[in-house]
Design a protein around this ligand. Sequence first.
Ligand code: MG
Ligand code: MG
Length: 271
Amino acid sequence: MIISKSREEIELMRESALIVSKTLGILAPEIKPGVTTLKLDKLAEEFIRDHGAVPGFLGLYDFPNSLCMSPNAQVVHGIPNDTPLKEGDIISIDCGALKNGFYGDHAYTFEVGEVAPEVKKLLQVTKESLYVGIREFKAGNRVGDVGYAIQKYTEDHGYGVVRELVGHGLGKTMHEDPEMPNYGKRGRGKKFVEGMVVAIEPMINLGTKRIKQLPDGWTILTADNKPSAHFEHDVALVDGKPELLSTFKYIYESLNINTKEEEEFRAKVYD
Ligand code: MG
Ligand code: MG
């Protein structure tokens, strides 16, 4: 059952989403060769608690940490550890925060130092596919319209779209209806309703779409050990249009990256 949120509830959810956005923003400048994912996890937990929230993933389904940290061939659900990141790695950081009874949940894949051009391209296209998908999250559309858009955009680049893991509704629980796959058919699936909030999160592989899982019971990685990218935003359906609750702007400010991608997204949604 899809649970619609009131305007007041959506503002509370924005608060939770922005705590996650700011957490990713403070981590961004720390992501360098030599840093461990465990150190980043501790920084994140401290920041989240200092902002009156609780880490959303810590203890959720018994997950042991605050962040899911998934380098290189890991798709999602990687567990922070004391292995230092190295030049040329990529690292997906997925972060959750719970405040005022509502969850925020979003993710970004970072470059560690200089990354190979084909991997850079994977990150760029995956992030673009996130916005391409979010644009289809609008009144009159269905779950399949978002999935179709992401799948088409990324498969046209020859990438593999992970099937087993999907986006989801978000609210007082981390995973609500509906499931939001990154593949699908136009006009299929549940119809979007005003006030619903979803986490849209393409997980896109450089090679095969197939995945495997490590014996730790958590870590998902690509079956061919080629890199995988993951970007996620929290989005509310307001006045029939997608409204971003999370933002990458704190990451870009930290890294001195000059981009207008969120402004361009809004311009396309409201044109
Ligand atoms: Mg997430
Ligand atoms: Mg999610």
